[in-house]
Design a protein. Structure first.
Length: 124
């Protein structure tokens, strides 16, 4: 039986509207059935050290919320600037960078980018 997976990506990517000095917040939101969530947790926890090894990453937090038969998993990333984020994402920041097998567990995935308004003075 084939499962239909919907992937939505924010309509604007940070490359054009933001300058190289802008801090970027990237939010990945995934909806996953609870029976597959434990495996996704394992894969996402394996990914965190790799993500955190990127020099331009300022902050990352992985969280979840139980929502009826599903779970929402959210990954918050804060990047020093767009070039740093592109080191992680590659040329298309709207594509998820997940461990092998993770995407197949997810029913719906949204990636959204934001310009940070509360710039930490220690970020340079």
């Amino acid at each position: 039986m084939s499962r239909i997976r919907k992937v939505r990506v924010s309509s604007s990517t940070p490359r054009d509207p933001y300058d190289a000095g802008t801090v970027i917040v990237r939010v990945l939101t995934a909806r996953v059935p609870r029976e597959r969530s434990a495996r996704l947790h394992v894969l996402m926890r394996e990914q965190m050290p790799l993500l955190r090894s990127y020099e331009g990453l300022v902050y990352a937090k992985l969280a979840r919320r139980l929502d009826g038969p599903d779970e929402t998993v959210v990954l918050f990333e804060e990047w020093r600037d767009p070039p740093a984020m592109y080191e992680w994402t590659g040329p298309d920041p709207g594509r998820p960078r997940l461990m092998p097998g993770a995407e197949e567990l997810i029913d719906e995935l949204t990636i959204t980018h934001y310009e940070a308004l509360d710039i930490d003075p220690d970020i340079e």
